[in-house]
Design a protein around this ligand. Structure first.
Ligand code: SP5
Ligand code: ZN
Length: 348
């Protein structure tokens, strides 16, 4: 069975809430997600994530982002913000909008710095967030190391918090470090030949698109609900964002089910494997499933099994990295179905 790479430190992240249109609602990116996934995969082998030095993050992220994430919670506490005005999580309130200034400098006030590095109000930082985000990055990097060393043909990184919305310089979308992009960069270092990154999360994989834009050695493709129909990340994910031929976006209408979604996954696979990549990274969000609270797509468990079959049939060394999926009663079965479909296509 496909080895599951895991780090318990990931569960130290508890965002408690998200702030949407100014309203604080309960967090959907919770530790119970990965608990449910692990329970569904309990019959298979588990591999402990190997700790990675912080500078391993600099292949895809700027030092300023990493430094902010490392110190943000301590600075927030130090500034007394949990007591006055009573905000128990790091959250931005002002952003260096390009219409405000084209060349922002890091502001001095702790409460103003967050907007320099974060692009939404949905992605809160508390005690343990940095440790968990770093552990998730280490989990993805360990899976990449297993595959690059040919210790396993395929590895699944059971990551949280997720990562696919994070760019080189900015975090958001419930993500802090781009786990899948880190895995792709590690595979690119370890293997001769290009790497394909295919994102099937319900939301556009804007992070990898931006990080690898214009790079012919890491091709990115994303299948997601159409931002032009009103969905996160709203500003990105349109079909015309081709990044000079190195990115392919396949936006789908709300309500799209298995048939059209699988055709898009198939097309992403066809496109991304054109230059004969040496390895594949799958950003596996299962929030495209019907019933997920964060997306209007209507993919079924059988659809995810079939998608695993499509991507497994490519026969490439593969790292599968967990992204979204927020329906706690189905998340485990959906991941299990994808991995079963993948493995069946590899081994027959
Ligand atoms: C990794 C991942 O799947 N991130 C997706 C984050 C999308 N969040 C968008 C939230 C839009 C508002 N949702 C309203 C729900 C209120 N709790
Ligand atoms: Zn998502």
């Amino acid at each position: 069975m496909i080895p599951v790479v895991w780090s318990e430190d990931q569960q130290r992240h508890d965002p408690r809430a998200e702030i949407w249109v100014g309203v604080r609602t309960p967090a959907v990116e919770v530790a119970a997600r990965t608990t449910a996934i692990r329970a569904a995969l309990a019959s298979g082998p588990e591999v402990a994530a190997r700790p990675q030095p912080d500078d391993a993050l600099l292949t895809v992220h700027d030092a300023a982002l990493v430094d902010f994430l490392r110190t943000a919670w301590a600075a927030w506490e130090e500034a007394g913000l949990p007591d006055d005005p009573g905000q128990d999580r790091v959250v931005p309130y002002i952003f260096p909008h390009p219409g405000l200034t084209p060349s922002p400098r890091e502001p001095v006030a702790t409460w103003a710095r967050t907007g320099m590095h974060c692009f939404d109000t949905m992605t809160l930082i508390g005690p343990g967030t940095w440790e968990a985000a770093r552990a998730a990055a280490g989990t993805a990097l360990t899976a990449a190391d297993l595959v690059a060393a040919r210790e396993a043909p395929v590895a699944y990184a059971c990551t949280r918090p997720p990562g696919h919305h994070v760019t080189r310089t900015a975090y958001g979308g419930s993500c802090y470090l781009n786990n899948a992009a880190l895995a792709a960069a590690r595979l690119r270092e370890g293997l001769a030949g290009p790497v394909a990154l295919i994102d099937v999360d319900a939301h556009h994989g804007n992070g990898a698109q931006a990080i690898f834009a214009g790079r012919t050695d890491v091709l990115t493709a994303s299948v997601h609900v159409d931002p032009a129909a009103g969905w996160f990340p709203h500003f990105l994910g349109h079909a015309d964002e081709t990044c000079g031929g190195t990115n392919r976006n396949l936006p789908l209408a709300p309500g799209t089910g298995d048939r059209e979604w699988l055709a898009a996954v198939q097309e992403a696979a066809r496109w991304a494997t054109g230059p004969a990549p040496a390895a594949l990274v799958v950003a596996l969000g299962v929030d495209a499933a019907g019933g997920d609270p964060e997306s209007p797509l209507e993919v079924t468990e059988d659809g995810y099994r079939a998608a695993g079959g499509v991507l497994g049939a490519l026969g490439l060394p593969t790292v599968i990295v967990q992204e979204g999926g927020y329906a706690l009663h189905t998340i485990g079965a959906l991941v299990r179905a994808f991995l079963d479909g993948f493995e069946e296509a590899v081994h027959g």
